[in-house]
Design a protein around this ligand. Structure first.
Ligand code: MG
Length: 454
């Protein structure tokens, strides 16, 4: 089981802004982080109304702990990760990603720009609750800098990495919906640099998120979908609040599932590089494995969490990675989910294959999935997991993988049964070659959990 943490979730701290997440809280937590990490720390934030207040509080805390700080301003999370990896000793991003406007959060990065691991989370919490952060004396105060070049450099690097000429020649018509999040500062400029005919929706930065909810799920993207259809665009693109995820709408106005985007880019990356290591979580589609087999790839599966995928990619010198929610990681560029490189890669694929996105998606391996959940108190979770694993291994011949929860591999599909880290529930996620079978398998998983919770 994972370590018990008092403040941190899977990636930083996320709370109601100025309620729990006050400047005093942020400043002390940043001083604790600065006491552990030390050196020159970059700080950035998303477009929320409370981000500037928290950026300034975090900078004060870091300076107090004796760190130098570099203010990067308002920009996407992956742009901060890019900056840290190339220039700094650590980084702090103020964002609540896809959560509603009243929330905010603090993400802490290590020297590679990867979210800090659990051990460091725990160390920071210990200082926060049981100790005192380092407080520098008046004559050893750090310096406070700004760096306004990161956004341009981040965009330029993406453009240099792909075949920009091929994309320009394709003259793609793109509808972009930044949801008034941090992508407003990068995505429109990237698409123009790639020669696209650009139509923008919600591309004015606004912490009220007036156009749509920052979470790019299908029900929040109805406007984008209808504009793509009306204008006969080649593609619709949407980002979440801190622009680390990209969601695509195809040329027919269909919402493209994260698994599909992942498979499509995986195929392209493996072809381009004659194979390589692909890292994903145990909850992603069999399609990832099918494509890897076809194009000389090797898949490594971690427990669920983008930080774990990013760290594994670094440790294994991996080529590419991602999650089923459309968060794709290009470790040659940024050790974290990156929306801008995802956009550029997808446009490159459309341009080079000379096929519409709907056709490219239709050519991918196709599986059907079903997600269900069932209540279970936190105290019972561990025991339930053990019982489920025991029952399956004793009563069936199915192979079991316990990297995260219990994953049961059958001939015609798989099912993963995992306790939620934040809610008193178990999640069951099944995938098979027909919808009927996937539904049936998910139901079977739910019944298994229920047997031991009653
Ligand atoms: Mg995000």
């Amino acid at each position: 089981m994972s370590v018990k943490k008092r403040l941190f979730g899977t990636f930083g701290v996320r709370r109601t802004a100025n309620d729990v997440l006050t400047p005093e809280f942020a400043s002390r937590l940043a001083a604790c982080y600065g006491s552990v990490i030390k050196g020159k720390i970059a700080v950035g934030g998303d477009t929320r109304t409370t981000s500037r207040m928290l950026i300034d509080a975090v900078k004060s805390g870091l300076l107090s702990a004796g760190c130098d700080v570099v203010d990067l301003g308002i920009l996407p999370t992956p742009a901060v990760q890019y900056a840290v990896r190339n220039y700094y000793d650590g980084g702090v991003m103020i964002t609540a990603s896809h959560n509603p406007p009243k929330y905010n959060g603090i993400k802490f990065l290590d020297e590679f720009g990867i979210g800090i691991p659990d051990e460091i989370d725990v160390k920071i919490e210990e200082i926060y609750f049981d100790g005192e952060p380092n407080r520098a004396s008046w004559d050893s105060m750090g310096e406070s800098y700004t760096n306004d070049n990161i956004i341009q450099e981040y965009i330029d690097t993406v453009v240099e990495t792909v075949d920009a000429n091929a994309i320009r020649e394709a003259k793609l018509k793109v509808v972009l919906d930044c949801g008034s999040g941090a992508g407003c500062f990068t995505a429109p400029y990237l698409l123009r640099a790639l020669g696209c005919e650009l139509i923008t929706l919600n591309c004015q930065a606004d912490g009220f998120f007036p156009g749509r909810d920052p979470e790019p799920i299908e029900e929040n993207l109805t406007e984008l979908i209808s504009v793509v259809k009306k204008l006969n665009a080649d593609i619709g693109l949407a980002h979440d609040g801190d622009a680390d995820r990209t969601i695509c709408i195809d040329d027919e106005g269909n919402f493209v599932l994260g698994d599909k985007t992942f498979s499509l880019v995986e195929e392209h990356m493996l072809k381009e590089n004659n194979g390589g290591i692909v890292v994903t979580t145990v909850a992603t589609s069999q399609a990832i494995y099918d494509i890897a087999e076809k194009y000389n790839g090797e898949v490594i599966a971690t427990a669920v969490g983008d930080l774990l995928v990013a760290r594994k990619l670094k440790d294994e010198n991996g080529l590419f990675g991602g999650e089923e929610n459309g968060g794709l990681i290009f470790p040659g560029f940024v050790y974290g989910r990156d929306a801008a490189m995802t956009v550029a890669k997808i446009l490159e694929i459309i341009a080079k294959e000379k096929k519409p996105l709907s056709k490219l998606v239709a050519e991918l391996p196709n599986y059907y999935s079903k997600k269900m959940k069932v209540e279970c108190s936190d105290e019972l979770k561990e025991q339930v997991m053990e019982n489920v694993a025991k029952e399956v291994s004793e009563t069936t011949d199915f192979e079991i993988d316990t990297t995260d929860g219990v994953k049961i591999l059958k001939e015609d599909g798989w099912i993963i049964i995992r306790p939620s880290g934040t809610e008193p529930i178990f999640r069951c996620f099944a995938e098979s070659d027909s919808q009927e079978k996937a539904d049936e398998m998910a139901k079977w998983g739910i019944e298994l959990v229920k047997k031991y919770t009653n």
